[in-house]
Design a protein around this ligand. Structure first.
Ligand code: IPM
Ligand code: MG
Length: 361
């Protein structure tokens, strides 16, 4: 039976990069026998403009029915003046919560062709292959109480709550340990157990889960040290598992090791492997509409979709190989441009990936 994919272009560069990823999906459908159909819906600022809210009920319903969701990016200066409860980002958070997408996989892989575009020395980052497993539906992002209140003395007070139940910690740790088994069998759990009780519990539960995986080595690291180690010696890491907010921050840091945040895909999975796939970069309003955004993170998100939700690791490998071939050819969007390489725009980059995909068949 054909699998249904919901396409959510979103805002800023979202529509441009998603267009290229949809072209890749269409090629896989037409030339490689991938049995899919695609629907498109509104999310984020685009949905606010059309319907008044960032996550229309129709979009959430379609997302619930779909086998997988491909999302571009949401947000932009146009919607920043809005109340925080109805900003574009709430559409993304609503999808994550509404679909139960608790497991966010953010691989940071350095393509050897891009070793000299990282701001770190090539010897520090060459061969880098880290997987950050970020919990995505809990923590301070969703904890109650939250908000801004006025105290008796008239002063305003802002409140957010870091909260995790042990079952939430256990299930994300199991995802990390299962994935470590397919890699180098090392998990580093990141917390702030020296200060925060919530993450002291995180450390205890991670240790309990490790007992189920005697073949996987668990280490613990405080988040401040983890941020430092990521830029000091990132290759020490295999799988990192952490909470929602620490994972948000560390995955941006990790992305820079690879040369450009424009290269990094992500998967957000529920208990059953259903997923939403998105580049980890944002909507980049400063370059939106110029045709210069890097579509590779979104195309690589399609590869993750093939692997985790569509059960076609073979096609996932082919998409990843096509991206690698295009980099071999010296084609670069501005964010990954270096000496002697050929600068191309969003559309030319997408076309080149498709050509490499077809040529490699
Ligand atoms: C990310 C983004 C989102 C987050 C924003 C856009 C809500 O930074 O996916 O990392 O904080 O999770
Ligand atoms: Mg982020």
């Amino acid at each position: 039976m054909s699998k249904n994919i919901l396409i959510l272009p979103g805002d800023g560069i979202g529509p441009e990069i998603v267009t290229e990823a949809v072209k890749v999906l269409a090629t896989l459908r037409d030339d490689f026998g991938l049995d899919i159909d695609m629907d498109e819906a509104l999310v984020g600022g685009a949905a606010i403009d059309a319907t008044g809210g960032p996550l229309p009920g129709a979009t959430l319903d379609l997302a619930k029915e779909a086998d997988a969701v491909l999302l571009g990016a949401v947000g932009g200066p146009k919607w920043e003046p809005l109340d925080i409860t109805i900003r574009p980002e709430k559409g993304l958070l609503g999808l994550r919560a509404g679909l139960g997408l608790f497991a966010n996989l953010r691989p940071a892989i350095l393509y050897p062709q891009l070793a000299d575009t990282s701001t770190l020395k090539p010897e520090v980052v060459s061969g880098l292959n880290i997987l950050i497993v970020r919990e995505l539906t809990g923590d301070i992002y969703f904890g109650q109480p939250r908000g801004v209140r006025v105290l008796e003395n008239g002063e305003r007070q802002g409140i957010n709550t870091m909260v995790y139940t042990e079952s939430e910690i256990r299930r994300i740790c199991r995802v990390a340990f299962d994935l470590a088994r397919t890699r180098h069998k090392r998990v580093c759990s990141v917390d702030k157990a020296n200060v925060l009780e919530c993450t002291e519990l995180w450390r205890q539960v991670a240790t309990e889960v490790a007992a189920e995986y005697p073949d996987v080595a668990l280490s613990h690291m405080y988040v401040d040290n983890a941020a430092m180690q990521l830029v000091r010696n990132p290759k020490q890491f295999d799988v990192m598992v952490t909470g929602n907010m620490f994972g948000d921050i560390l995955s941006d840091a990790a992305s820079m090791l690879t040369g450009s945040i424009g290269m990094l895909p992500s998967a957000s999975l529920d208990e059953h492997g259903k997923g939403m796939y998105e580049p980890i970069h944002g909507s980049a309003p400063d370059i939106a509409g110029q045709g210069v955004a890097n579509p590779l993170a979104t195309i690589l998100s399609v590869a993750m979709m093939l692997r985790y939700s569509l059960g076609d690791a073979g096609l996932a490998d082919r998409v990843e190989a096509a991206v690698s071939r295009v980099l071999d050819q010296g084609l670069r969007t501005p964010d990954i441009l270096s000496q002697g390489m050929q600068q191309v725009g969003t559309e030319a980059m997408g076309d080149a990936v498709i050509a490499a995909l077809v040529a490699g068949a």
